[in-house]
Design a protein around this ligand. Structure first.
Ligand SMILES: NC(=O)c1ccc[n+]([C@@H]2O[C@H](COP(=O)([O-])OP(=O)(O)OC[C@H]3O[C@@H](n4cnc5c(N)ncnc54)[C@H](OP(=O)(O)O)[C@@H]3O)[C@@H](O)[C@H]2O)c1
Length: 281
């Protein structure tokens, strides 16, 4: 049996849909069953239900707010992951920890390999790195999967924000000097469910294929959705936010290839399927 945390979020929701589709036995948890802010709240439910694996999707994901709520972000993402790992060790369960491109500093223009130096530039990135380090120290049977720029039907994301803004604006300013890869949660969910059934433990990067800037992402959203909105490409310096963001979020997929996992489809293709999905909701 597989336990999935954070099913009220984008990824957790689609992981449970994928497990359902495949007829796998699973339990999905919300804050009610697993509250990552306390030790007992995090561990007890896992110890009682004894899953064979935990796919840990829940996280503190408010990147800007984390700058003022650092303690909470670190408790939920760092300590929370540690406690889940400790519970998994006690019952000999596998664990997938979903992490982020924000563990890297964002220098240069080449894709980061999984083993490259980590140097988070904001509190959220630091909190996720604490989680990664704890999981890899405590467990042998772990997968650490870094993803980026997530969008899915169950939650807020950049695509939904752009579509909402398109209803009231003819022109939008969007940052053009942060480069990364959008990731569609049903595509990532498939990979995670494949992965958890193997023993190919270790670190992975998993995003939809291809790189773009936020401005290029916005242009493609408007093109595919048939919205007449002009995108003005601006720099990060012209759009200050409480949390710093890395400029380079390109992630190398070499470790996925080496382990024989299939890469995710191109991000433009994922966007096309997402826009169809949004119409059904
Ligand atoms: N979103 C991105 O662009 C992005 C990029 C890179 C990596 N990631 C990583 O990918 C994973 C999935 O992200 P997502 O976009 O699906 O997240 P999301 O939609 O923001 O959902 C986060 C989930 O975590 C739960 N949660 C938050 N605080 C909690 C706590 N104290 N105790 C228990 N549950 C708590 C939320 O529950 P409530 O609904 O009750 O708040 C929600 O179910 C996360 O590990 C995230 O760090 C995300």
């Amino acid at each position: 049996m597989i336990l999935v945390t954070g099913i009220t979020g984008q990824l957790g929701y689609d992981v449970t849909r994928e497990l359902e589709k495949r007829g796998e036995k699973f339990i999905g948890t919300t804050r009610k069953e697993i509250d990552l802010s306390t030790e007992e709240g995090t561990k007890n439910f896992i110890l009682k239900n004894k899953p064979d694996a935990v796919i840990h999707c829940a996280a503190y994901t408010a990147v800007d707010k984390a700058e003022e709520e650092a303690e909470l972000a670190i408790t939920v993402n760092g300590l929370g992951a540690r406690r889940i790992a400790e519970a998994c060790r006690e019952i000999d369960a596998k664990m997938i920890f979903v992490s982020t491109d924000y563990v890297f500093g964002g220098d240069g223009k080449t894709p980061y390999e999984v083993t490259d130096e980590k140097n988070p530039v904001n509190t959220y990135g630091r909190s996720k790195l604490l989680g990664e380090d704890a999981v890899s120290m405590i467990l042998k049977k772990y997968f650490i999967v870094r993803t980026s720029w997530v969008f899915g039907s169950n939650g807020k994301n950049f695509v939904k924000t752009m579509l909402n803004l398109a209803d009231k604006n003819k022109k939008l300013k969007v940052v053009n000097d942060q480069i990364g890869s959008p990731t569609y949660t049903p595509d990532l969910a498939k990979l995670l469910v494949d992965m958890v059934q193997t023993e190919n433990y270790g670190y992975y990067h998993a995003t939809n294929e291809g790189f773009c800037s936020w401005a290029e992402f916005a242009e493609e959203i408007f093109k595919q959705a048939g919205k007449k909105v002009e995108v003005e490409k601006i720099s990060t310096a012209d759009y200050p936010t409480p949390a710093k963001r890395p400029f380079n979020s390109r992630l190398s997929k070499k470790s996925l290839d080496d382990a024989g996992f299939e890469r995710l489809p191109a991000w433009e293709d994922a966007l096309k399927r997402y826009l169809v999905e949004l119409k059904k909701v």
